[in-house]
Design a binder for this molecule. Structure first.
Ligand code: FE2
Length: 430
């Protein structure tokens, strides 16, 4: 048995400060718990469940510098065209190595749950093969869900929907889609119907790139929401991005939010990515590219934040740091009241876990796997204000990594050698 003591546990309001772990599972949380063979003092630091990155493209990582990858306009649609060129030369070894490095970057910053979209427009399904292998190989260290994602559209070429079904049969966890990129609105709607049919047929989750455009008339989320509500699979379904919902008329938006509450549909916003990609055809003012996070959060609609890109043709500087994503997201969403700051870590932890449908194995509770992070802060507010580093990531009761808090070779003393010189100057000026 192992006992973590002197912890400030996120969302525990009963002053529990100890976590007892047996065989990788949390046995008990409380105070003055029984002694254990190994006791680890956490020094009053904040303990939170692992970061969840619910939206990432692991087959694209580190391709931003590849030949043909330069995205001159900075738009989403040019990114898709650039990727079309880059993927022609992708090999299994290359895909595996880049994805492995991308997962490593995320896990090194406290992520233990990733949902990754993998492009299944490639007839060889190279990225998918690499990802299926890594999902299995790394499952004790990081939980990975794979979305069968038709990056270039389900109906933009013949057999697109068949490639998705093939990917589902091979083991992908979720059905993806990109209705706003189909060549006509009817095809976009048809792709939503097909997404729901395939999820139903194969018992899979849904995660659609939905309305990732500034066009307020892009409203595919309406159809997605209605279909999953009818099928009773709203909580197993997700609309990613929904940038156009930011530009929608308020009367429409509030009617839809009532329907989202009923269906239980999950939402993922990607604050850094869409702040960079959206508003590119605007002069001024430029739109922020973020869906209505604040209103969703306030109205009990499950919403969370994702990284989306790590150094790819869409966004050059992602690095898997969910604290950085949270930082941008709460600024863009205007969610920084003291109450919101106390619970905004939910946007990169619990809300992501709910989106992934992994709540049965997620959270700091007795009976669940002992997966958690130790942050270099003592309260949720200070964690966010200081953009706290992750000092340790614990998975099934063992350290994935543990670091020292930053230390100085020469500590700052703001007033060192200033007092005498200051007094001298004061004297000189009489
Ligand atoms: Fe995406």
């Amino acid at each position: 048995m192992k006992k973590f003591t002197n912890a400030r546990i996120y969302r525990q309001h009963d002053h529990s400060s100890e976590i007892l772990v047996e065989k990788g599972v949390i046995k008990q949380i409380g105070r003055s718990l029984p002694k254990a063979e190994e006791e680890i003092d956490l020094g009053g630091r904040l303990v939170v469940p692992p970061y969840v990155d619910p939206h990432l493209h692991l087959d694209y990582v580190y391709t931003a510098g590849s030949e043909g990858a330069t995205n001159s306009s900075g738009t989403l649609f040019e990114g898709i065209a650039r990727w079309h060129e880059v993927k022609k030369t992708q090999t299994l070894d290359d895909a595996r190595e880049r994805a492995r490095k991308g997962i490593g970057e995320e896990v090194s910053k406290g992520v233990q749950f990733i949902r990754t979209h993998i492009d299944v427009d490639d007839p060889k399904l190279t990225g998918l093969q690499a990802m299926l292998e890594l999902r299995e190989q790394l499952k004790d260290k990081v939980t990975i869900q794979i979305v069968a994602f038709p990056q270039e559209g389900m109906y933009a070429y013949k057999g697109g929907d068949e490639m998705i079904e093939e990917a589902l049969k091979m083991g992908a966890d979720c059905v993806g889609g990109i209705p706003h990129f189909e060549w006509a609105r009817e095809f976009g709607e048809k792709s939503i119907h097909r997404t729901v049919e395939l999820a139903d047929k194969h018992g899979k989750l849904i995660d659609v790139h939905c309305d990732e455009t500034d066009d307020p008339m892009s409203r595919f989320v309406e159809l997605l929401n209605a279909l999953v509500m009818i099928e009773g699979i709203g909580t197993r379904s997700t609309a990613s991005h929904t940038c156009s919902f930011d530009s929608a008329d308020d009367a429409y938006a509030y009617r839809m939010m009532g329907l989202f509450q009923k269906s239980g549909l999950n939402f993922i916003a990607n604050p850094t990515e869409n702040a960079y990609l959206q508003g590119r055809q605007d002069t001024y003012p430029k739109r922020r590219g973020l869906t209505r996070v604040k209103e969703m959060w306030e109205n009990g609609i499950n919403v969370c934040f994702g990284q989306d890109s790590i150094n790819d043709p869409w966004y050059p500087v992602g690095n898997g740091n969910m604290m950085n994503i949270l930082d941008h997201g709460i600024h863009l969403a205007h969610t920084m009241s003291f109450g919101e700051l106390d619970r905004c870590l939910d946007l990169v932890t619990h809300n992501g876990a709910k989106t992934l449908n992994v709540e049965d194995q997620y959270g700091i509770e007795a009976g669940k796997p002992a997966n958690f992070l130790v942050l270099d802060a003592h309260t949720p507010f200070e964690a966010v204000r200081q953009r706290a580093d992750v000092l340790a990531s614990i998975r099934n009761g063992d350290y994935l990594f543990k670091r020292h808090e930053p230390s100085y070779e020469i500590e700052l003393d703001l007033f060192r050698n200033t007092t005498a010189a200051f007094a001298e100057r004061q004297r000189a000026h009489g």
